[in-house]
Design a protein. Structure first.
Length: 105
């Protein structure tokens, strides 16, 4: 599985490299980030920073998904241990009160 991940990362990096080299020398007239405006920004810089921002955003989302999954696993392990204890306690109950050989009428 790690081989597939490395190949995908290399493909993504090579695609970014090709796009950056094909768009060399071009500039974006205006880049607005919401809190600041930048004029005449090289397109290469916009592409690289957008790719990095996307990678950081994906890493952040992955981090929160991992944490929520681990919390859920811990909760299910606690539930599993409680149910095992209950099952063990039910297994050792004495059978003295059960009618053996009598038919219910």
């Amino acid at each position: 599985m790690w081989v597939v991940q490395i190949v995908l990362i290399l493909l993504m990096l090579s695609a970014i490299f090709v796009i950056v080299t094909l768009n060399g020398g071009r500039a974006v007239d205006l880049v607005s980030l919401g809190f600041a405006d930048y004029a005449n920004v090289p397109l290469n810089m916009v592409i690289v920073q957008s790719a990095l921002f996307g990678a950081l955003w994906a890493l952040l989302v992955f981090f929160f998904i991992q944490i929520s999954s681990r919390i859920k696993i811990m909760r299910l392990k606690r539930l599993n241990s409680r149910l095992r204890e209950e099952l063990d306690s039910l297994r050792i109950l004495p059978l003295e009160d059960l009618p053996i050989g009598e038919e219910d009428k």
